[in-house]
Design a protein around this ligand. Structure first.
Ligand code: ISL
Ligand code: CA
Length: 557
C-alpha cells in the first residue's frame, strides 16, 4: 500500500503511563487516567502519542521487561480500556504508537521459562543460552550490560544466558527465524487493533555477531558493543519487519539507536531502504557527558551542542527523516541542563523548545516538559530505577567517591523524568488520590502544574501551545533547508530554515544576560517579522537584534 507518511506532520507527546495519571486510585498511573486526559492532549495541540510499554510485565525495568506481548498489564487496565483509549484518541485526531521492545523479553515470559528449563525445547533457541567456561565458573564472554554489570546470568541448570540489560531481561536470538516470526506476529496483532506504529526499543542492537566473541575493550563499559551495535544482520532483520508487516499498514516507526553516527543512521531511515522512518539518536544529549556515557559528567558546551545538531540536520535533510527531542523517560529534565538556568525557568524552557522544534524532523515532547517540570535530588535509597542502583554499586567498586556518584545521580538518574505528572495544586499534584508509587516533586505547589499554567497566559504551557500550533502545518519548518550562522559563538545559536524564497531565522540566547546580536549577512535591511518570541520586549532593528536572558526569536523574512 502507499503509505501517507503522516509522521512528517505529526507533533508527538510521550506518555510514561505509570507516572501520568491514576484513574482508579491505587497510586499507579493507568489507561483510564490517560483517557481522562485526552482533552488535555488535544488542547495542547499534539496529534500523536508515543505510549511507553503497557504490556504485562513484572516491572523489573518498568514495563521494558515484557512477559506477554499481547496483554495489558492489569495495573494499567484491560484490553477493553486500551481499545477505548485508542478509539477516543482517534476521534480527537490523535494517533497512537506503542513501544515495541523486541531486543529482549522478561525472564517471566513463557518462552524463557520453557527454554531455560529444557535444552530440547524449541524455545531454547529463542535466547542465547551458553555453557560457561572454566568448568562453568565463567560466562561465555567478557561482555558487560547497559545497566553496569556483567552481560550474563547463570541459571540453576548451570547454563548462562545473555542479557544486555537487567538479569530479568534476557536477549532474544533474532538469528532464529522463529523469533522473527513471533515478532512480526506481535506487530501485526497491534496494527490490526488499530495502532498507528511503534517506537522500537534499542532496535539497532538486535543482531549479535555469530559466536558472541570476546570483546577487546578493556573498560567494563559496554564491552562487546562492537559485536552488536549495528550488528551484522540488523538491516536485513528490520527490512524483513518492514516488508512483511509494516509496509502493509499506514503506520510509522521510530527506532531507538545506541551510539550511532548520522551516516550510520541514514542506512536505517533512507526511504529506499524500507526499514524505519526515523531514529532517536543520543549524540546531542552527550553535550554534558563523555563518550556517550552520561555518568561521566562534563560541563555543557554550546559550540559542541550546536555542532552535533547541525551535523545531524545536514546529514538527514534531503536523505531521510529525523526526530527532535529534549527529554524522555530515560533522560533528566532539560531545564537547567542544556546551557540554561533554573533562575530563568520560563525563558529557559521556552527558548530550548523553540531552538529544538523549529529544526527538521518530527518533534517529540515528554510528559511534564510542557509545564517545565524539574529534576529531583533524593537519597540513594529513595530512587526506584534499577539503572541508578546498579550504577552506584559499580561506581563504588571502581573507587569513585560517594560524593561524585550522588552528584551524577542527581543530575542524570532516569528517575528525574519519572516523578508524577503535576496536574494541579491538590494532594499528590492531582495525579492520584493516594500516595503514588514514586515521588511527587513538591514544586507542584509553587505553580508548576497544569491547572495553574492554563490560567496564566504567560506560562510555559501556554507558550508550548503557541509553538505547537505554529509548527504544525508550517511547510518551511517541515521541508526547508537548514543553515547555521556564527558557529563559533558560545552564547548564541542562530540558524535559518528556507523554502521557496521564504525564510525563518531562529536566534537563541543561551546566556543569562542581554546580548546584542548582529544579524548574519544577507539578513540586514530586510523586512523582518517576529513570528514568535518568549519576551514582551521585541528589539529588532535593521541589522541588530537585542536578546534578553535566554530570549529566542523566530523571525520571518
Ligand atoms: O537509559 C540509558 C542511559 O541512561 C540507556 O542506556 C538506555 O538503557 C538505552 O538507551 C536503552 O533504553 C531503552 O531500553 C531499555 C529501557 O530500560 C529504557 O527505558 C529504554 O528506553 C531496556 O529496554
Ligand atoms: Ca491506577
Amino acid at each position: 500500500m502507499e503509505r501517507s507518511r503522516w509522521y512528517k506532520d505529526a507533533f508527538f507527546y510521550q506518555i510514561y503511563p505509570r507516572s501520568f495519571c491514576d484513574g482508579n486510585g491505587d497510586g499507579i498511573g493507568d489507561i483510564r487516567g490517560i483517557i481522562s486526559k485526552i482533552d488535555y492532549l488535544k488542547d495542547l495541540g499534539i496529534n500523536a502519542v508515543w505510549l511507553s510499554p503497557v504490556y504485562k510485565s513484572p516491572n523489573d525495568d518498568n514495563g521494558y521487561d515484557i512477559s506477554d506481548y499481547r496483554s495489558i498489564n492489569p495495573e494499567f487496565g484491560t484490553l477493553d480500556d486500551f481499545k477505548e483509549m485508542l478509539e477516543k484518541m482517534h476521534k480527537s485526531g490523535i494517533k497512537l504508537i506503542m513501544d515495541f521492545v523486541g531486543n529482549h523479553t522478561s525472564d517471566e515470559h513463557e518462552w524463557f521459562i520453557k527454554g531455560s528449563k529444557d535444552k530440547d525445547s524449541k524455545y531454547h533457541d529463542y535466547y542465547f543460552f551458553k555453557e560457561g567456561k572454566k568448568n562453568g565458573k565463567k560466562p561465555h564472554n567478557n561482555w558487560t550490560s547497559f545497566f553496569a554489570e556483567g552481560a550474563w546470568n547463570k541459571l540453576e541448570t548451570g547454563e548462562y544466558y545473555l542479557k544486555l540489560f537487567s538479569k530479568k531481561q534476557p536477549d532474544l536470538n533474532w538469528d532464529n527465524p522463529l523469533v522473527r516470526k513471533e515478532m512480526k506476529d506481535i506487530l501485526r496483532y497491534w496494527l490490526d487493533l488499530g495502532v498507528d506504529g511503534f517506537r522500537c526499543d534499542v532496535i539497532t542492537i538486535i543482531s549479535k555477531q555469530e559466536g558472541l566473541p570476546n570483546s577487546k575493550r578493556i573498560l567494563p563499559i559496554l564491552r562487546g558493543g562492537e559485536y552488536y551495535i549495528n550488528g551484522p544482520h540488523v538491516h536485513e532483520y528490520i527490512h524483513e519487519l518492514n516488508k512483511d508487516v509494516l509496509s502493509k499498514y499506514d503506520c510509522m516507526t521510530v527506532g531507538e539507536s545506541v551510539m550511532i553516527t548520522p551516516i550510520e543512521a541514514l542506512e536505517y531511515v533512507k526511504e529506499e531502504n524500507e526499514e524505519l522512518d526515523m531514529l532517536f539518536s543520543f549524540e546531542h544529549t552527550d553535550a554534558d557527558g563523555w563518550f556517550h556515557i552520561k555518568w561521566f559528567l562534563r560541563k555543557f558546551n554550546l559550540i559542541r551542542f550546536k555542532k552535533t545538531l547541525t551535523k545531524w540536520q545536514n546529514t538527514l535533510i534531503g536523505n531521510g527523516w529525523g526526530s527532535l527531542y529534549l527529554e524522555n523517560h530515560d533522560q533528566p529534565r532539560c531545564l537547567g541542563r542544556f546551557g540554561t538556568s533554573e533562575k530563568y525557568p520560563y525563558a529557559s524552557s521556552t527558548m530550548l523548545a523553540t531552538m529544538m522544534y523549529f529544526q527538521f524532523g518530527t518533534p517529540f515532547i515528554y510528559q511534564g516538559q510542557e509545564i517545565g517540570m524539574r529534576n529531583i535530588s533524593l537519597e540513594l535509597d529513595e530512587y526506584e530505577d534499577i539503572e541508578t542502583a546498579n550504577f552506584y554499586k559499580i561506581g563504588r567498586k571502581l573507587l569513585f567517591t560517594k560524593k561524585y556518584l550522588m552528584k551524577a545521580i542527581h543530575l542524570k538518574s532516569r528517575d528525574n523524568a519519572r516523578t508524577m505528572m503535576q496536574w494541579d495544586k491538590t494532594n499528590n499534584a492531582g495525579f492520584s488520590k493516594v500516595k503514588p508509587w514514586f515521588i511527587v516533586n513538591k514544586n507542584y505547589q509553587d505553580g508548576i502544574n497544569v491547572l495553574d499554567e492554563e490560567n496564566d497566559p504567560d506560562s510555559i504551557l501556554n507558550y508550548y501551545k503557541k509553538l505547537i500550533a505554529l509548527r504544525k502545518g508550517n511547510k518551511i519548518v517541515r521541508d526547508g533547508n537548514y543553515i547555521e550562522y556564527n558557529k563559533q559563538s558560545n552564547k548564541i545559536y542562530c540558524y535559518s530554515r528556507s523554502l521557496n524564497n521564504k525564510t525563518l531565522l531562529i536566534i537563541a540566547n543561551f546566556k543569562g544576560k542581554d546580548i546584542n546580536y548582529k544579524l548574519p549577512k544577507g539578513f540586514n535591511n530586510k523586512d523582518l517579522e517576529v513570528l514568535l518570541t518568549n519576551y514582551k520586549e521585541q528589539l529588532v532593528n535593521k541589522d541588530m537584534v537585542t536578546l534578553k536572558p535566554y530570549q529566542v526569536y523566530v523571525l520571518s523574512i
